[in-house]
Design a protein around this ligand. Sequence first.
Ligand code: C5P
Length: 218
Amino acid sequence: SHIPVITIDGPTASGKGTVAHKVADKLGFHLLDSGALYRLTALQALRRGTPLTDEHALAKLAEHLHIHFSGDAIFLSNENVSDAIRAEEVGNTASKIAALPPVRQALYGLQLSFRKAPGLVADGRDMGTVIFPHAQLKVFLTASVEARADRRYKQLIGKGISANMDDLLMDLRARDDRDTHRAIAPLVPAEGAHVLDTSNMTVETAVEQVLGWYAAAG
Ligand code: C5P
């Protein structure tokens, strides 16, 4: 279609969310934080006590999410869950249920519906490989596990949440392993993706790089 899409995929805590947000702002594009959809499904499952082995019940939850976005806030059935979905437990549960094909299938159409004029920046794991394979620009944003753990640590401490570096490293490695080695929509750079390692890069530099690639691609 003629509505441009920029996909930004990468591992957890690579900074892709922040970069996607800023790129979307600069271009006046819509934003799809696809990880939030898996997190919302996970939050519902945790609250309802849905067994993480019941893939059909989980897919039903995903299919019937009553979500809406208002500015930077995410609402689930009128409750602002912006902070709740960022909890480590929710992220870990999201990464488990994201390995289930019926859950991914249930969220497919919802993700496509974010593509609206004048354009979309979509961030996640499979935006360039599965959801928007014909995107105008595909970026794979990565950073060393140490750099990512360090960022996560500072974020948590900044919010007044206690954090342990060894636990964070262990969690990131476990989540990377699950996201990279799962059978369905594994985390890999899409064909034709530009790879950007942000380990020693500021957010601003990463944003400029993506905008430069987009200008060159358009
Ligand atoms: O990006 P974020 O950390 O919010 O994503 C939470 C989890 O959702 C990831 O660990 C990943 O397993 C899953 N996810 C996915 N596909 C996406 C986005 C997120 O499988 N497009």
